[in-house]
Write a protein that binds this ligand. Structure first.
Ligand SMILES: [Zn+2]
Length: 376
């Protein structure tokens, strides 16, 4: 699991030889079969070997060992439920090998360097959306958190409905029945108010980005009306999940809402990009986006997932461009790189720009599959 402590520990690793950092997208929604991501891994292994060649013979031997171990780890099978990306950090010369399982997708890539390449993990930790799930009925409420793919239950509120009250919400029979029903409705209302207060307390102390409500429709409607406005405006969806639901059911529901929220967030950003391009506050397409990055004008980089065009990098001034071989800035000879977008993402993260991978958004594809909102 990703955590700040874990990233800090990895970033602090210093060894006697180079470290291989390898990121592999194993998202089951995009790679339903093992063979789909194993082909990607073969490609990364070849890239890793090429990159190691520049560090000398001993380093190349260590990196080959790292890549073999990574391949063995992936081929031997792992539990894919809740894992959408893998990050490997290895140095066989030092016997160092760590795997970080990510609940969010990662972009494929391999880096050989003296320290572990943790920036993509940092960007996941920075960008993930936090969810709360609140399940309610007339006498019970349960609050869960869903963060980085992990579901944890936090609070339960129980206010028993008086005897004779009907928890199902159907009116009781007769005039005495009506009085009992009225009383039971009042008790249920007090319970929902209580649950709304507890929810506010919890989420005020540990805020989330989105709230998912679950329970019988009319109860959820009443509960939502009682929530603090600050929480109400974070309600992302209302679902018919029972308060007795098991963790798997709650988790599955949260995953579905998370996917929908992610698509919404991405679509909003792409829309902002399109407007910004028209107004001069954004750029779209490979060449203008790379130019803006080199000029350090990028605030947010948007990349269509799977966009991996060739390009050029200047080893002396770090210029990035789609055409080589002479650097237009310093006139040096540039290096051909097989995925210039990977270099661009790297550059963006190093400059503390936000990076958003966008999946299945046709509007960004029309804009040229890459673009950036500018700082100035
Ligand atoms: Zn240059």
């Amino acid at each position: 699991m990703i955590s700040e402590d874990r990233i800090r520990a990895l970033a602090g690793h210093r060894g006697s030889c180079v470290v291989t950092s390898c990121y592999l997208d194993v998202d089951g929604r995009r790679h339903p079969r093992h063979a789909d991501y194993e082909t990607q891994l073969d490609h990364l292994v070849r890239q890793g070997r090429d990159k190691a060649a520049g560090f000398g013979l001993e380093a190349a031997r260590s990196v080959t060992g790292d890549l073999d171990r990574i391949v063995t780890w992936v081929r031997s099978g792992f539990d894919r439920s809740g894992v959408r990306g893998l990050a490997f950090f290895a140095c066989s010369a030092d016997g160092f090998f760590e795997v970080v399982e990510s609940p969010l997708p990662v972009r494929n890539g391999v880096v050989v360097n003296h320290t572990p390449h943790v920036r993509p993990l940092e960007s996941i930790l920075q960008a993930y959306e936090r969810f709360a799930v609140v399940l309610v009925d007339r006498q019970r409420a349960r609050l869960f958190r869903f963060e980085l793919g992990e579901l944890t239950e936090h609070t339960e509120v129980f206010d028993a409905v008086p005897r004779g009250g009907d928890q199902s919400g159907h009116p009781a029979q007769g005039s005495r029945g009506a009085a009992v029903q009225h009383h039971s409705d009042e008790v249920a209302h007090r319970h929902l108010k209580h649950a709304a207060e507890v929810t506010f307390g919890e989420l005020r102390d540990h805020p989330v980005d989105h709230v998912i409500l679950g329970g019988p429709h009319e109860v959820v409607v009443e509960f939502e009306g009682l929530l603090h406005p600050w929480i109400r405006e974070r309600v992302a969806d209302r679902l018919a999940i029972s308060t007795t639901a098991g963790p798997d059911e709650v988790r599955q529901a949260a995953l579905c809402v998370e996917a929908a929220v992610t698509r919404r967030v991405e679509a909003t950003l792409v829309e902002r990009l399109r407007d910004a391009v028209g107004a001069g506050g954004g750029v779209a397409g490979l060449e203008p986006t790379l130019a803006a990055l080199v000029e350090r004008r990028v605030d947010l980089l948007l990349v269509s997932d799977g966009y991996e065009p060739e390009g050029w990098r200047c080893p002396s001034c770090r210029y990035l461009g789609p055409l080589g071989r002479r650097c237009p800035v310093c006139a040096n000879s540039m290096d051909l790189v097989d995925d210039v977008v990977e270099e661009a993402v790297e550059e963006a993260l190093a400059n503390k720009c936000r990076v958003q991978m966008v999946r299945e958004n046709a509007d960004l594809d029309v804009l040229g599959r890459i673009g950036a909102l500018l700082r100035f």
